[in-house]
Design a protein around this ligand. Structure first.
Ligand SMILES: C[C@H](O)[C@H](O)[C@H]1CNC2=NC(N)=NC(=O)C2=N1
Length: 108
C-alpha cells in the first residue's frame, strides 16, 4: 500500500462505497496503535496533554490540517485531552480519506 502520508484526501461523492471490514483491517495497520476501529464505521484516537492550552493548540493544528485536506474530523476538546474521531459523513462510513488524515495527524 502506498504510504498514506504521501496521499491527499479527495472529495468524496455520494455513492462511493464505504470500506469493508477486511480493507479497514489492512488500513489500520498503517496507523498508530492508539487508533480504535468503532463498529467498522469510524476510527478514534485519544490524545493526552499537560493542560487545556496544549490540547487546544493541538486541536488547532488538526483543524488546519483538515482544512488543507478538505476532510474533517469530529474533535472533542477537554482539559488535557483531545478525542479525534474520523468517518466520511457523506457515505456514512469509512473511506481512504479517513486513514490518510489519521496518518497525517499521527505525524503532528
Ligand atoms: C464539500 C466538502 O468537500 C464535503 O462536504 C466534505 C468536507 N469534509 C468532510 N469530512 C468528512 N469527515 N466527511 C465528509 O463527508 C466530508 N465532506
Amino acid at each position: 500500500m502506498t504510504e498514506l502520508t504521501a496521499k491527499s484526501c479527495v472529495p468524496c461523492s455520494l455513492g462511493t462505497p464505504t470500506l469493508e471490514e477486511k480493507e479497514i483491517n489492512e488500513y489500520i495497520k498503517n496507523l498508530s496503535e492508539a487508533w480504535e476501529v468503532i463498529e467498522y464505521k469510524r476510527i478514534e484516537r485519544k490524545f493526552k496533554f499537560n493542560d487545556f492550552k496544549e490540547a487546544l493548540d493541538f486541536t488547532v493544528k488538526v483543524g488546519e490540517l483538515a482544512e488543507l485536506e478538505g476532510h474533517h474530523p469530529d474533535i472533542m476538546l477537554s482539559w488535557g485531552k483531545v478525542v479525534v474521531t474520523l468517518t466520511t459523513h457523506k457515505i456514512g462510513g469509512l473511506s481512504e480519506n479517513d486513514f490518510i488524515l489519521a496518518a497525517k495527524i499521527d505525524r503532528l
